[in-house]
Design a protein around this ligand. Structure first.
Ligand SMILES: Cc1cc2nc3c(=O)[nH]c(=O)nc-3n(C[C@H](O)[C@H](O)[C@H](O)COP(=O)(O)O)c2cc1C
Length: 328
């Protein structure tokens, strides 16, 4: 069977799904292009917060996650694409090229994950104490592995205390840097018309001594000293290597894991402070006792629905320069 060519309508619908991916401070550092029969995912490094992301790690995680949504949208349409990371060294912003494969119907799992895309949100509010069922834990670990990464669930008081201490120390280091703190404040939005950044209402509670993990508040919700300590499930997603390609793959796997969590009726949020601080990342790797590189810390549990964050319109993220003339 020969691959089916991609219409502009299919491309735009897939980009609508792609931009619902997560990104650092909701910076949305991506662009998309339909080039002949290839779909290209491009980094937009000018959009990433420069103090928090000096090396472009967060851009690659976000572009990898957007690529997952994009590929899933085509798969559910029955026109799957294969993903090729950084296919052209002469184009450093080209993160992925997706090429048509022979048409085939989607699997029920792909359909479920696709339906979960608009419901996946960073939920920074306290989670209920109910434990995460084993079936969901196994599905998350498998989702990471099937996308070329690993997910370690941190269980037991000693490992949890170690991860907690590393994350709080990294958070303190970052917030002592006034440029970092002002950048974080600048990406916090109090204007309901913003099309990027994190609305103050989507933030967590201020960090208290009883918190297992230091959530980014993004607003002014103050935690009372009497609030109970929450016990979310904590996971660390990582990759064997840490090349640019590994980081894209980590973002791709991250989105597979997050959608799997959503599909199981669970909520999640991400913490990158222990990844952004090099020494903390190394301590985290040692604490997990495994070779490879941690790429994201996840907080997982049952929570009330979180508010949606805004996105830039699709027209703003499509690379019009190389776009073909419209065809149905
Ligand atoms: C690379 C990366 C790092 C992130 N770091 C954090 C973090 O440290 N704390 C946090 O609360 N959210 C973090 N997030 C989540 C973003 O803030 C979130 O994806 C964005 O605001 C969009 O909201 P949504 O996830 O609800 O769609 C991170 C996301 C990415 C991709």
């Amino acid at each position: 069977m020969t691959p089916v060519s991609i219409s502009d309508r299919e491309f735009r619908l897939a980009v609508e799904a792609a931009i619902l991916a997560p990104s650092l401070h909701n910076s949305q550092p991506w662009r998309f292009r339909l080039d002949g029969d290839e779909v290209h995912v491009l980094a937009d490094p000018g959009r990433t917060p420069p103090v928090a992301d000096p090396d472009g790690w967060a851009v690659r995680i976000a572009c990898g996650a957007a690529t997952y949504n994009l590929a899933l949208a085509f798969a559910v349409n029955g026109t799957p694409l294969s993903v090729h990371w950084r296919p052209d060294p002469a184009q450093p912003t080209l993160m992925a090229a997706l090429r048509p494969e022979p048409a085939r119907p989607p699997t029920p799992a792909q359909e479920r994950l696709f339906r979960a895309i608009p419901y996946r949100r960073s939920n920074r509010r306290p989670f209920r104490p109910e434990p995460v069922p084993s079936a969901a834990r196994i599905a998350m670990i498998q989702a990471a592995a099937s996308a070329g990464a690993w997910l370690d669930l941190v269980v037991g008081p000693v490992p949890l205390a170690a991860v907690s201490e590393i994350a709080h120390a990294a958070n303190r280091v970052l917030l002592r840097n006034t440029a970092y703190a002002s950048e974080l404040a600048a990406w916090t939005r109090r204007d309901g018309r913003a099309i990027d950044g994190v609305p103050a209402g989507a933030g967590g509670l201020s960090v208290g001594p009883q918190d297992l993990l230091p959530q980014r508040p993004f607003g002014e919700l103050v935690r009372a000293a009497t609030d109970p300590r929450e016990e979310p499930l904590v996971g660390v997603l990582g990759t064997t290597g840490n090349t640019h390609r590994d980081q894209l793959q980590a973002g791709y796997a991250l989105q597979h894991v997050l959608l799997t969590i959503t599909d199981h009726g669970l909520a999640s949020s991400m913490l990158s402070q222990p990844i952004e601080v090099g020494a903390a990342r190394e301590q985290l790797r040692i604490a997990l006792g495994r070779p490879g590189t941690p790429q994201m810390v996840l907080r997982i549990g049952y929570g009330d629905p979180a508010p949606a964050t805004p996105r830039r319109p699709v027209a703003e993220v499509i690379d019009e320069a190389r776009e073909r003339s419209l065809r149905p």
